[in-house]
Design a protein around this ligand. Structure first.
Ligand code: FAD
Length: 394
């Protein structure tokens, strides 16, 4: 391994590999020496990504399932939502890792290495990456490693924080049970005692589906609790069917109002580490694609990819903080909030809003759908920069 590169990408997860894919697609980077470092070999199917988009993205060839309709189910409202002009798409982690790494293997200017990164540091002329036995340098480092857990960072800054945590079973039934044309985005007809809790069902055929038990709460549950919730839901929804669990996944995603450091000098943070998880929903795929696209276009144009946060970004950060405040302080439960939003707005508006692509008029409609006596004070607190109630007391 050389000791100097043009670009080093630390972390070969979704953000690192999305950036690499975009760099490989742009001839500007053909002559650049690029190194990607990850502690893991990326040969496990450790997650499934779903996201909505209008057109074909760079990962279209590995999309394994698409839905034009999703259902929203809550005790007081249920509806099948036509997503047009969006399509809800599914990609398997292992397919994305393999797709990008196989392409990288054909490029002589790209190196991949399996090492643990200790730290990344900026300097006047570039940036350095400290490994266990070596320090490497580069003109720029794109870093997707969070060196301190998100909950610790949020707690130190007295910001709102919830884990979106979930366990999913991929199941295969012996007879057809699923309507594979409709995915269940949120089914709130499950016990809400722990906090915002819903089931997420992604049918990939009439006999296969990913069934996930998801919660937005401050702490993680023991593994058995998720398993029991999933088996109970399958029994309640589909009856006594014969099925086998073919794959399992567990995830915990930070939902927070904490402002992640976007980078410094010649280091650009990307992915979860760069704050590209939407604080109020836990979705990150779309935002990581937008960020990596912007980085490539900035580098090609000779601009600094660490540009200041736009007014629109600040607006959506405020909305996220307000929703998190309402959820964390239990002013209104998630089922009631999402029911209000989905029952009073056309789906396209809701999905634009959740993708941070809504117009001011869209935003006003969404705001008018939730109870103002709860959301207005929360918005005022967030606007005034007043953080967690605990922070006021301390
Ligand atoms: C199970 C799961 C399912 C998800 N599903 C969705 C979804 O459906 N839709 C959506 O929008 N978002 C989803 N997310 C959220 C988000 O899209 C993912 O977390 C996404 O993988 C974030 O990309 P990332 O590159 O920031 O982090 P990661 O993909 O986690 O990549 C970080 C990489 O850094 C490496 N690394 C960490 N520490 C070190 C170190 N010290 N040295 C070297 N390497 C290191 C890791 O091995 C990893 O490969 C999901 C998250 C999880 C966990």
């Amino acid at each position: 391994m050389k000791s100097h590169y043009d670009y080093i990408i630390t972390g070969a997860g979704l953000a690192g590999l999305s950036l690499l894919m975009r760099m490989m697609e742009d001839p500007f980077f053909d002559a650049a020496q690029i190194l990607v470092i990850d502690a893991a070999k990326k040969n496990n199917n450790d997650r499934t990504w779903c996201f909505w988009e209008k057109d074909a993205g760079i990962f279209e060839p590995i999309v394994i399932k698409k839905w034009d309709h999703v259902s929203f189910i809550a005790p007081t409202f249920a509806s099948e939502l036509n997503l047009s002009p969006f399509t809800y798409k599914m990609i398997r982690g292992i397919d994305l890792y393999t797709y990008v790494l196989e392409k990288a293997a054909t490029k002589s200017n790209i190196s991949i290495c399996t090492e643990r990164v200790i730290s990344v540091n900026t300097s006047i002329s570039g940036a350095s990456v400290v490994l266990e036995n070596q320090t490497l340098t580069a003109l720029k480092v794109f870093n997707s490693i969070l060196f301190e857990p998100a909950n610790v960072l949020a707690q130190k800054a007295s910001d709102y924080f919830l884990w979106q945590h979930f366990k999913g079973f991929e199941i295969k039934t012996t007879s057809p049970v699923f309507n594979e044309t409709v995915a269940t985005l949120m089914d709130f007809t499950v016990n809400q005692q722990q906090g915002t809790t819903f089931m997420y069902v992604m049918p990939t055929s009439s006999t296969t589906a990913l069934v996930e038990y998801t919660l937005f709460t401050p702490s993680i549950l023991d593994s058995k609790t998720y398993d029991e919730a999933i088996t109970t839901y399958i029994q309640k929804t589909y009856g006594s069917i014969d099925y086998e669990v073919t794959h399992q996944e567990f995830g915990q995603i930070p939902m927070t109002s904490y402002s992640f450091v976007r980078g410094a000098g010649n280091i650009v943070n990307i992915g979860v580490a760069g704050g590209q998880v939407k604080g109020s929903s836990g979705y990150a795929f779309h935002f990581i694609q937008e960020k990596t696209k912007a980085i490539v276009s900035d580098v090609v144009a000779g601009k600094n990819p660490l540009r200041s946060v736009s007014f629109a970004q600040k607006k959506f950060q405020l909305y996220d903080a307000v929703l998190l405040r309402v959820l964390q302080e239990k002013k209104l439960d998630g089922a009631a909030i999402f029911t209000a939003i989905f029952s009073k707005n056309p789906p396209a508006r809701v999905f634009r809003f959740l993708n941070n692509e809504s117009s001011l008029l869209d935003d006003l409609h969404i705001m008018a759908s939730v109870p103002s006596r709860i959301f207005l004070p929360a918005a005022l607190y967030s606007l005034l920069g007043i953080k967690q109630r605990r922070a006021l007391i301390n």
